[in-house]
Ligand binder design. Structure first.
Ligand code: MCN
Length: 792
């Protein structure tokens, strides 16, 4: 038996089950359920003039067809705007089924329920929806030009406009010895979890209750949304996230139209109904992110220190804003990274387009911000003829300046204050890992061999562990097993392992004795969810606090049984004993029995163990007066503010002089997420993130034509990196504990993806000697840049 502790790089406990095909994902459930399918808009912008379902009625096995008109009361109301913001003056959300107007290709218009998915799709195909096509608005700049409007009542297509200022950046730029001005473009992309969205609902007519399985990142929010929309008390709704095959942000939005409609119809029909998203639906009708245009003005001194930075951002948020404007807020407030410019001004305009909605995708606005800041650093270095690492170092916040207030407001409305970090040391570490200082010799040797290589660097700071709260419940049962439950869900982050490590360490029990439940409202009803790299900080600390309550209670009861002062007791390998006297001991399992007087009466073994422990007879359980029954505890953790993780990535790339193919030869990461619960899991998270970042840097883009049709809505045309395109990654960990939470941890789940585009741009620019100002960068894109550079 191992007593696995906090900080050990143990293997993920969930993997043997998942890797041997024993996972239970949404589509593994409800095999006999009716199936739902959706008729979706083929137009980016159109008025619905008629819906004719007659042909579909002949389909054998058809059960029901619903349009907007069929949806009663709150079921048909517009979807909620989850995160309002004063700057979002024109927030708009869609209806679960389109009412009069459709605003993106893929918007759901009709829901069909049939005996199976084939029949549901057949019936859906026979439904005729008549449209009057309206002019679509596609592309950020068309939206800004506002020749046409996405929403008649939103002037200029502007959903939100925000300016944040620290100091007088325009004046600082004006008076600076050096100035640069440039534009950066980042195209739209999207998260592509292997498992799409999905929901399966069962109505129990006797109990008048609903059980819903959803492939979600936020099961408690799904429950709250359903309770409100269906008019059911939350005690009559159970929402369970089974195994979830990736989320990456897209499964946070709640409720999705399908997530409202399937449970509603299940109740109405008194039947089980399931809907699973297919890949095309995921492309056109889930959510995208990243798309931004940035205009940068920067003024700096001879050492490369930024005196003033002025960034203007145009953000494309698609047809609706169910998630508010969180993405451009994150870009604009976290763009500064580890740097402290003399003055900063950022202005963003968030624009409606006739494309699918934008919601946070792993990194959530930070890859765009880091691209902006790191391109700025490289351009300053190029302008001054300085080393790129040196320019970054000249702008760093120093270790003795923490807590450091950037003077901005974080997305949760709290001041943006960095809690801890050591950026100069981190820079030394990353330079060492990638071989920065010896690179000129390497470049020269490559050049002599006819090869073109370059090196790039990127730094970021990431606010993690946002509130408002997360909770944990811990119970030791009479077999000695420890049951840990938290309300947030898991999509592959390894929570079963890390939360067990925390509980094992806090309680002094073998990790084998700990089971962890996530994402099941039956086990834990109050939670926010898994996103924004918050699970480790939020649930990790909540579970630790709950364990501490259980531990204290265990020591009180054991103290009574052992006639010892609880302060003299400790728990090792699941046994409570007097410190320095291992023979005065009582197993935790027995303490659990003692804590429940009735159980004690039934448990001869526990009685014997207690008698042995106290050396006398014990018909009554020796429990301090006033203890509640049960060896369990619950606690919540609410942070005062977010904690800031940080990292630096570097890459060496090779660019083919003829084909412009870009290969990553080496990739290095140094990362600081405070105290590491499990370094191996964090490395896995970083590797996955870097792989997604490589996709964003070199391959993945959503290509809309001018009529708003997504041209590459399949894996034939939307390129994702395979293992062959993902480099080996050397990872260095740095641990500056967060002073803000009991465990001293910061988040890690998004870190890997954040700076990759900036790093690859930096390295390719270094190899090619031409400006890289747009991402992703494909070989044909690089080819065009070469031709343009040659023509200039
Ligand atoms: N961890 C640790 N020590 C730390 C910090 C974190 O051991 N100091 C561990 C955590 O315990 C957890 C993992 O690293 O097992 C990630 O932790 P955290 O940063 O808290 O992130 P979350 O668990 O909240 O996960 C969310 C994050 C986000 S926002 C996206 S998007 C994302 C990601 O995680 N989506 C993922 N990683 C993913 N990984 C998989 N496989 N699938 C997804 O959909």
């Amino acid at each position: 038996m191992s007593t696995s502790m906090f900080g050990e790089p143990i293997a993920r406990r969930e993997d043997p089950r998942l890797l041997t095909g024993q996972g239970r994902y949404l589509d593994d459930l409800g095999r006999d359920a009716l199936a739902a399918a959706f008729v979706r808009s083929p137009h980016a912008h159109a008025r619905i003039t008629g819906i004719d379902v007659d042909d579909a009625l002949d389909v054998d096995g058809l059960v029901a067809i619903y349009t907007y008109e069929d949806l009663p009361g709150q079921v048909g109301d517009p979807l909620p705007l989850l995160i309002p913001h004063p700057a979002l003056t024109h927030g708009r959300t869609g209806y679960p089924l389109a009412r009069d107007v459709v605003r993106y290709v893929g918007e759901p218009v009709v829901m069909v329920v049939a005996r199976d998915r084939y029949l549901a799709e057949d019936a859906a195909e026979r439904i005729r929806v008549d449209y009057e096509v309206l002019p679509p608005v596609v592309g950020i700049e068309n939206a800004a030009a506002a020749e046409h409007l996405v929403h008649d009542d939103v002037p200029g297509n502007v959903g939100a406009h925000l300016v944040q200022e620290v100091g007088d950046a325009p004046a600082a730029i004006e008076n600076a010895p050096h100035r640069l001005e440039f534009r950066l473009d980042i195209e739209r992309s999207a998260s592509m979890p292997l498992e799409g969205r999905g929901v399966y609902a069962r109505w129990d007519p006797d109990d008048r209750s609903l059980r819903v399985y959803s492939s979600t990142q936020t099961s408690t929010s799904v429950r709250m949304a359903l309770a409100a929309r269906l008019g059911l008390p939350k005690t009559k709704i159970e929402v369970i996230a089974p195994d979830v095959g990736g989320g990456f942000g897209v499964k946070v939005v709640h409720p999705w139209p399908e997530e409202v409609l399937v449970p509603w119809a299940a109740r109405l029909l008194g039947r089980e109904i399931k809907w699973t998203e297919d890949r095309r639906e995921h492309f056109v009708a889930a959510a995208h992110e990243r798309g931004q245009v940035q205009h940068v003005r920067v003024g700096f001194d001879d050492a490369g220190r930024i005196l003033g930075l002025d960034v203007t951002i145009l953000h494309d948020h698609g047809a609706y804003t169910p998630y508010g404007i969180i993405v451009p807020i994150v870009t604009s407030t976290q763009l500064l990274g580890p740097y402290k410019p003399g003055a900063y001004r950022v202005e963003f305009t968030s624009l409606y387009t006739n494309t699918v909605i934008v919601t946070p995708y792993r990194g959530a606005g930070r890859p765009q911000g880091v691209f902006c800041m790191e391109r700025t650093m490289d351009k300053i270095a190029a302008h001054l003829g300085l080393d790129r690492a040196e320019v970054r170092a000249a702008n760093f916040i120093q270790p003795d300046e923490f807590p450091y207030d950037q003077g901005l407001t974080f997305q949760d409305g709290r001041p943006l204050i960095y809690d801890s970090g050591d950026y100069p040391r981190m820079l030394d570490m990353i330079k060492e890992l990638i071989g920065w200082d010896g690179f000129e010799a390497e470049r020269e040797a490559a050049r002599r061999a006819g090869r073109r290589i370059g090196i790039g660097l990127g730094c970021y700071v990431e606010g993690t562990g946002v509130g408002p709260y997360e909770g944990g419940h811990v119970e030791v049962d009479s077999t000695g097993r420890v049951h840990v439950a938290t309300g947030l869900t898991s999509q592959g982050q390894g929570h079963q392992t890390v939360f067990a490590q925390i509980a094992a360490a806090e309680l002094g029990v073998p990790i084998e004795d700990v089971t962890v439940t996530t994402g099941d409202t039956r086990r834990f009803g109050y939670a926010v969810g898994t996103f924004a790299s918050r699970a480790a900080v939020m649930s990790g600390n909540a579970i630790a606090l709950a364990c501490r309550k259980v531990r204290e209670k265990a020591l009180r009861i054991a103290g009574e049984a052992l006639e010892a002062d609880p302060r003299d007791l400790e728990i090792t390998d699941g046994v409570v004993h007097v410190r320095g006297n291992p023979s005065a001991a009582i197993p935790l399992r027995t303490v659990a029995v003692l804590s429940n007087p009735l159980r004690y009466a039934f448990d001869e073994e526990a009685r014997r163990a207690t008698q042995f422990a106290v050396g006398g007879s014990s018909d009554e359980p020796p429990v301090p007066a006033g203890e509640e029954p049960g060896l369990e505890g619950r606690d919540y953790y609410s942070p005062v503010r977010s904690t800031f993780a940080s990292g630096m990535h570097a890459a060496v790339v090779e660019v083919d002089p003829d084909t412009a193919e870009i290969r990553i030869l080496r990739y290095a990461v140094v990362h600081d997420c405070g105290r590491l619960i499990n370094p191996r899991i964090v490395e896995g998270q970083i590797h996955g993130g870097v792989a997604q970042g490589v996709g964003g840097a070199l391959y993945e883009r959503m290509v809309y034509d001018e009529s708003g049709q997504l041209l590459n809505a399949s894996f034939m045309d939307f390129l994702m990196p395979y293992a062959t395109e993902v480099p080996r990654i050397r990872t260095g960990h740095m641990q500056t504990p967060s002073p803000l939470n009991p465990l001293g941890i910061k988040g890690a789940g998004e870190a890997g993806v954040i700076p990759v585009s900036a790093v690859i741009a930096s390295a390719v620019e270094d190899a090619e000697g031409i400006r890289i100002d747009a991402m992703p960068l494909s070989p044909d894109g690089l080819f065009r840049l070469r031709r343009r550079a040659a023509a200039d």
